[in-house]
Design a protein around this ligand. Sequence first.
Ligand code: NI
Length: 394
Amino acid sequence: MASLDLASLSDRLIAFRRDLHQHPELGWKEERTCRKIADELERLGISYRRIEGSTGIIADIPGPEGVPAVALRADIDALPVHEETDLEFASTNDGVMHACGHDGHTSMVIGAAELLLAEEALPAPVRLIFQPAEEVGDGALKIIEHGGLDNVGIIFGGHIDRHYETGKLIVTEGVVNASTDTFYITVNGKGGHAARPHETVDAVVVGSLMVMALQTMVSREVNPAHPSVVTVGKFVAGTASNVIAGRCHMEGTIRTQDEEVREHLKKSLIRIGSSVGQLHGANVTVELESGLPALINSKDGVELARQAAIEVVGAENVGEMPVANMGGEDFAFYIKHVPGCYIRFGAQIDGKEYPAHSSSFVFDENALLIGSRYFRQIALNAGAALGRGDRWQI
Ligand code: NI
């Protein structure tokens, strides 16, 4: 690392991140982003391949033959959010914004590659994964389908997090993100005159009862020691104040941290949906769309990540999340196949406490170099263990 000037690397990472920030692209549309990543990889002399028929890039820094690779993953997509920051490099793509910091993650992995190239020799090959469509929720599956995890022994990733000060690295054992499943419920009643309810089956009333009944799934059917959420986020019904609605449509999400709870809640949703309908003579359809599994860091992955984090920022700056995030993260798909760990990079700016996914989201760019140094360290440490013949369970 000595041969690299860290201050100028940090400047380059910030400049690269700002360029991505100014030109954000939605999931599956990251064409320019991929060109920019490819330019960087070419500048560094790293071989890469584009995902055929899609966006996303898989690159490899070679290491000793026969040793599995350490994978470093960055997500590269932006969100359909209209940016409202006062940044001089704010989005020029109207209605699209890097509101989750994926521009930063991409920059961190590029920086890690540059740092790793300055090493005399690597203990194991390093796979760089620039994953599309994390926000859409299935970009990781595309990477896996295209061999992104072939010959990978362990994988690491992380997320910029404004809850923590810059310089903090948050390494948490066990569950760090929830599973996410989406549901769609349609109540078909019988519309009619607002003054003659007895001639109708009021879909608003049946739908409202259903919303309340769904709240008892978590409160009465799930062990309180297992955090879970059922939210109806969309409720559409009716056309006028003097018309009883014949139809009501609801959409919502189920979040859990445990596969058993997840399966239970899906079954309950169908049971409660159809019984509330039956109770009031309405026809109810319930559709479920499977989303992400919970992201559960593997034990060995956590140990390696914690050690690398301590080496980069010192033990006093390595923390744990007090509770898991009930949001989803498609890194979970990788962890189903290979061991690994997903951490949080502190990147707080005082007085700018805007949450990720908000139009005012900003983060401290000093976190970029720290992220790159963490990724370098974990690639070296986990690589050395793989080189010694260590193999881990998921
Ligand atoms: Ni994100």
